[in-house]
Each structure stands twice: as structure tokens, then as C-alpha cells.
Design a protein. Structure first.
Length: 108
């Protein structure tokens, strides 16, 4: 009779351990799922926003370079009459009153 009692206790003990292990495993999986995919502060969203932030920083850097270039060109247009004349001739095909313009067409 003692053998049956001992084996019943072992079975109950191993069953309670496996239930506890399953519960702990499920809770761990639920926590991992929540951290990676659910909620407003999940890891997937973090990496997506980090990549967007890096792209925006690159855009800002290129816009700063463009801004600097445009400022220097605006300064030249305000203060350099030779540069103004060059732009007028090249970009807008302007000429002085007594000049004749000859266009040279390159044949292909």
C-alpha cells in the first residue's frame, strides 16, 4: 500500500511542476509578445522610428548645405555686377543694346 501512496505523490508533484512550468512559459511568451509587437512602445515601432529619424537627419544635412549654397549665391547676386551679367547672358539669353548674339549649334 505504501508504494501506491508514494507513486501518487510523485505524480502529483510532477504534475504541479509541469503546470507551473507551462504557466511560467506562457507568461514569458506573453511578455515577449507584448514587448515586441503590442503596446505603444514596442521594439518594432522603435526601430522603424529610428530609421525614419536617421533619414530625416540626412535630409536636414543636405538642406543645410543647399541653404548655405543659396545664401552665398544670393549674396553674389546682391553685390557682384559681373555675376549678375553672367547669369543674365547664360540663363536668360540677354544681351547689351549694341551686341549681336550668335548661337553655335553643334551637329550630332
Amino acid at each position: 500500500m505504501k508504494k501506491k501512496t508514494v507513486s501518487k505523490r510523485k505524480r502529483q508533484h510532477s504534475t504541479s511542476i509541469s503546470v507551473r512550468t507551462l504557466t511560467l512559459g506562457f507568461a514569458t511568451l506573453a511578455l515577449i509578445y507584448f514587448l515586441f509587437f503590442a503596446g505603444s512602445h514596442n521594439i518594432v515601432r522603435y526601430f522603424r522610428q529610428k530609421s525614419q529619424k536617421d533619414a530625416l537627419r540626412k535630409d536636414i544635412d543636405s538642406l543645410m548645405v543647399q541653404k548655405s549654397r543659396l545664401k552665398s549665391e544670393a549674396e553674389r547676386l546682391r553685390n557682384d555686377p559681373d555675376y549678375i551679367e553672367k547669369i543674365a547672358r547664360e540663363k536668360y539669353n540677354m544681351k547689351k543694346k549694341d551686341e549681336k548674339v550668335y548661337k553655335i549649334v553643334k551637329e550630332k
